[in-house]
Design a protein around this ligand. Structure first.
Ligand code: BES
Ligand code: ZN
Length: 638
């Protein structure tokens, strides 16, 4: 064990010293506010650095190896370290004690606690008498994951683009890191990491860390993440992945079959990167690369630092869906640099990021496109308000037992975006832009709560520029359902025009051939579909499908919008293509609302179950966990 990690430990000495000596460490008091989704006793111990040594076994669908946690002990009386785990087999636990340049192993007693369906299983490691006074504690857990690990997607070759090599990728947010690493799985603690990952030769491993695209593909890879990150940003992927540069700081990893397409689709990433730095302050993470995953990736994107993970459903061929890249890039500031302290503060990550995404889209594309996307988001928000319990419509609900899944809708994204647009509108761009850069530099590498944010806003904006907005107006956004009356409602001339034409065509006043479809953006087409009269005949639906090529669209968001309507209206002529869409994509946003619409249309619950049973083997465990309950009780559709 010790021999295999020598090189990591050498590397570690430098990082560990740097991490310990930093006096700008986050205020621990704040980092300790209660996270209901972790067993970790972070008020007694905090992880500062993790050293991973993992082997990827595609046959068994298992990661195995060890995690060394370099922890600072805050409470010298504390004798038990509690870590989060889920479905891990713990093989052995010991402590490492540094004796000058050598590391000595001391055996450790540990207990595996009772499993909670949501939280997983606490692992308690007991500190022996010989370490009773130690302020630095280094438990080492030797373990293996289970094939059921909720974070890990294990793909057989036939579910990849190339069809020849298997692939693995992780999705740790929100509380899945614990299913592949035993750790303090809470956003309140930040740590640096080093890792060694072994794969079958020929495949490459990548992590949310410094990656070397030219690494020899010998199956043995080393990683370093020198900036402290929360556990939900731990990420790993392995497969036949290759690299293409986009710009000086940016590039894309994908299977060779998708590489050229991906480099084309995301060619604007370098410009986004430069614009983001100019608007939000320095990028703190070195490079910014993208990783294009297979269709089973359950999200549009995931902001794993230095390497955003993306769904291939963004490959529309016309760059029409790249706002997701703007979004994940923006998380390099909102979320990765300034992090929500608990998931109840999730709007600080997602609402801020949606706003920054909007700002980037205005510059990289134009006001019209940004306005179209802004209006679509607002309409999605209104749909969410119809279906989500009012107590979860606040940006940061004041609920002791905050329910992570109830917050799963898009409210924190779109309402958070509108809140920040409201501030921008009230104070003007010049003042608000200064506020943005100050905010990111003042809280860099820290975790904050909603209340920290409101205090800061009060100090830096409300109280400085008197008489513009009151704290009470701000708190209405934070703590009350719906939207305040003085919210600025998005508008888009292009989308209004599309909706007018939808109404005219629905009433038979114009012919489908008169619709200027080829001039429309994907966003206008989506709006048009949503604006169609609810009582169209089957013939009319067939006509519009043919005119727009909706059932055969290459644009996954247009497909999503259309097939939701197909399912709601029971438009059976398009059911085969709808089923194909459900088999083709595993991104929750693209498929779950269609299952919900089928389950709720009064006739197709059995069909929905059947379709899910056929496809679920190709979905990620996270997608299955979200979709499974759709067939049990009424669900928010998103
Ligand atoms: N961080 C999220 C994904 C996420 C959120 C995973 C909560 C687990 C729990 C990511 O940045 C995201 O928001 N993705 C969106 C992108 C979209 C809003 C532009 C997605 O996947 O749809
Ligand atoms: Zn996000």
């Amino acid at each position: 064990m010790i021999r295999t990690t020598q090189r990591l430990l050498l590397l570690l000495t430098a990082t560990a010293v740097a991490a310990c000596s930093a006096d700008d460490a986050p205020d621990l008091e704040e980092a300790l506010a209660k996270d209901h989704y972790s067993f970790a006793n972070v008020e007694q111990f905090v992880t500062e650095n993790i050293v991973l040594d993992l082997s990827v076994d595609f046959e068994e669908r298992v990661l195995s190896g060890s995690a060394m946690l370099f922890m600072r002990r805050i409470d010298l009386d504390a004798r038990d370290i509690v870590l989060d785990t889920r479905d891990l087999t713990i093989e052995e636990v010991h402590f490492l004690v540094s004796q000058g340049k050598e590391w000595e192993e001391i055996p450790a007693e540990h207990t595996v606690g009772e499993t909670d369906a949501l939280l997983g299983t606490p692992l308690t490691i007991h500190i022996p008498d010989s370490l009773a006074d130690a302020k630095q504690i280094v438990p080492v857990v030797v373990y293996r994951t289970s094939p059921e690990s909720t974070a890990l997607g294990w793909l057989p070759p036939e579910l990849t683009a190339g069809g020849k090599h298997p692939m693995l990728y992780s999705q740790s947010q929100a509380i899945h890191a614990r299913s592949w690493i035993p750790l303090q799985d809470t956003p309140a603690v930040r740590f640096t990491y080093l890792a060694r990952v072994r794969t079958p030769p020929g495949l490459i491993a990548l992590m949310s860390a410094e990656n070397d695209p030219d690494a020899e593909r010998d199956g043995d890879y080393y990683f370093e993440m020198p900036q402290p990150i929360p556990s939900y940003l731990m990420a790993i992927a392995a497969g036949n992945l290759h690299f293409a540069p986009i710009g000086e700081d940016t590039g894309v990893y994908a299977e060779p079959e998708l590489l050229e397409e991906s480099a084309f689709e995301f060619a604007d990433t370098q410009a986004m990167f430069e614009t983001a730095e100019a608007m939000f302050g320095p990028y703190q993470w070195g490079r910014y690369d993208l990783l294009i995953l297979p269709p089973s990736f359950p999200y549009g994107g995931m902001e794993n630092p230095r390497l955003s993970f993306l769904t291939p459903s963004l490959l529309a061929g016309d760059r029409s869906l790249v706002s997701v890249v703007a979004h994940e890039l923006a998380h390099s500031w909102s979320g990765n640099l300034v992090t929500n302290q608990t998931w109840r503060d999730g709007w600080l990550n997602e609402g801020w990021t949606s706003y920054l995404e909007h700002r980037l889209m205005q510059v990289i594309y134009d006001e019209d496109r940004a306005a179209e996307e802004n209006l679509l988001s607002y309409e999605e928000l209104l749909l969410n308000f119809e279906r989500i319990d009012p107590k979860y419509q606040a940006l940061a609900p004041r609920i002791a037992e905050f329910d992570l899944d109830a917050g799963h809708g898009m409210i924190i994204y779109h309402k958070g975006n509108l809140f920040l647009q409201y501030l921008e509108n009230a104070y003007g761009r010049e003042i608000f832009d200064q506020f943005i850069t100050d905010y990111f530099s003042d809280f860099a590498f820290q975790v904050i709560t909603t209340e920290d944010f409101v205090d800061y806003l009060d100090q830096r904006l409300l109280s400085v520029h008197h008489g513009i907005l009151s704290r009470e107006q701000v708190e209405r956004w934070m703590y009350e359902p719906g939207l305040p009356d003085d919210a600025v409602i998005p508008t888009s001339r292009n989308l209004d025009d599309a909706a007018d034409l939808a109404a005219k065509w629905s009433r038979g006043e114009i012919d489908a051939s008169e619709l200027p479809v080829s001039d429309w953006s994907a966003q206008a087409t989506i709006h048009f579909i949503n604006a169609l009269d609810p009582n169209l005949s089957t013939e009319q639906l067939v006509e519009i499908d043919n005119a727009f090529g909706l059932s055969d669209t290459q644009n996954a968001e247009i497909g999503r919008t259309w097939f939701i309507q197909v399912a709601k209206r029971r438009h059976e002529p398009a059911y085969e293509q709808m089923a194909e869409h459900l088999r083709r994509f595993g991104r929750v946003r693209l498929i779950r609302p269609i299952y919900v619409a089928l389950a709720e249309n009064g006739s197709d619950l059995d069909l929905a179950k059947e379709l899910f049973d056929t496809a679920r083997g190709t979905y990620h465990p996270i997608a299955n966990a979200y979709i499974g309950p759709v067939f049990e009780e009424p669900q928010p559709a998103e």
